[in-house]
Write a protein that binds this ligand. Structure first.
Ligand SMILES: NC(=O)c1ccc[n+]([C@@H]2O[C@H](COP(=O)([O-])OP(=O)(O)OC[C@H]3O[C@@H](n4cnc5c(N)ncnc54)[C@H](O)[C@@H]3O)[C@@H](O)[C@H]2O)c1
Length: 271
């Protein structure tokens, strides 16, 4: 298998560690696209043993030329905007981590069009969230009512719009400072955009998916909660992600779930 990877941060490292541990044999080629070549080289110095051949690129054309059949984006919303359509038009499947970029309808349409032209797929792993499988299944039978609750300690909301809506200092009990659509949440609180977008795309879309954002002084880690009521299933799921060592803003499960998408590509048993 030839794999393209965009980004060389915390999630890329988690993904490669998991592949090294679980691939039945090394990748034939791992091609990494970065803005800063040194970062790509550092990633490969630590994790390059996962592939027989490795290469670092700063241009998408070179990454595509390396022959990757699947490209895993572990970079940023900007990377999805810059490279997504060209990857799909070239017939390469694209696994997207920065799903919040897809809250932009025009970009989503462009990617769908490009995938159609190239005969490629856009794959959205569950990322930091869980229950995406049950939600997507429930969506096949009616219109589930879907609420995502993003709950973080007050300090984790510093530097966001929450500061203008709430007195974060000295908060003694949990306070909801946003309640509305996933679309507006993705726009106004991009830190939560990926999880909200994955839930919206698996279920009821950006307008009908409700989002509540809460500052809670009683917790120390970020919590993701998903409540679904539907004709097929009712459930509430609550995840407390362990932060990735390389980037504490990203849950380990996000990179591991990217790894599952890559492992499934070559697996006989696909879960
Ligand atoms: N789907 C989810 O549940 C979920 C969860 C956590 C994080 N994420 C997203 O995954 C992405 C990666 O997370 P991370 O923790 O590795 O971040 P990070 O900041 O540790 O690493 C990102 C890397 O990508 C590189 N990069 C950014 N834009 C690029 C571009 N246009 N071209 C090439 N390289 C580029 C950066 O230089 C950096 O090396 C982020 O967008 C993050 O928001 C998604």
């Amino acid at each position: 298998m030839k794999l393209g990877l965009i980004g060389a941060g915390g999630m890329a490292a988690t993904l490669l560690e998991a592949l090294a541990a679980h691939l039945p044999r090394p990748l034939d080629h791992l091609a990494v696209l970065v803005r800063d070549r040194a970062k790509g080289e550092a990633l490969l110095a630590a994790h390059g043993a996962v592939a027989t051949v490795t290469s670092v690129h700063t241009e998408l054309a070179a990454l595509l030329h390396a022959g990757a059949g699947m490209v895993a984006e572990c970079a940023s919303h900007a990377a999805v905007r810059e490279h997504g359509a060209a990857i799909l038009e070239a017939g390469r499947d694209l696994v997207v981590a920065s799903t919040g970029a897809l809250a932009d309808d025009a970009l989503m349409e462009a990617l769908r069009g490009a995938a159609g032209c190239g005969g490629a797929q856009i794959l959205l792993p569950a990322g930091a969230m869980g229950g995406i499988d049950a939600l997507a299944a429930a969506r096949l039978r009616g219109s589930p009512r879907v609420t995502y609750v993003g709950r973080k300690p007050p300090a984790a909301w510093r530097g966001t719009r929450a500061e203008t809506l709430l007195e974060l200092e000295g908060l003694t009990q949990a306070a909801t400072f946003y309640e509305g659509s996933a679309r507006a949440a993705a726009r106004d609180f991009p830190q939560n955009a990926n999880v909200a977008a994955t839930i919206a795309l698996a279920g009821m879309g950006f307008e009908a998916t409700r989002v509540r954002l809460v500052a809670d002084p009683a917790i120390t880690r970020n919590l993701h909660e998903l409540e679904v009521e539907s004709d097929a299933v009712n459930f509430t799921i609550r995840l407390e992600g362990v932060p990735s060592p390389a980037n504490p803003k990203t849950s380990l499960t996000a990179g591991l779930s990217m790894a599952r998408a890559v492992l499934n590509r070559d697996a006989v048993l696909v879960v």
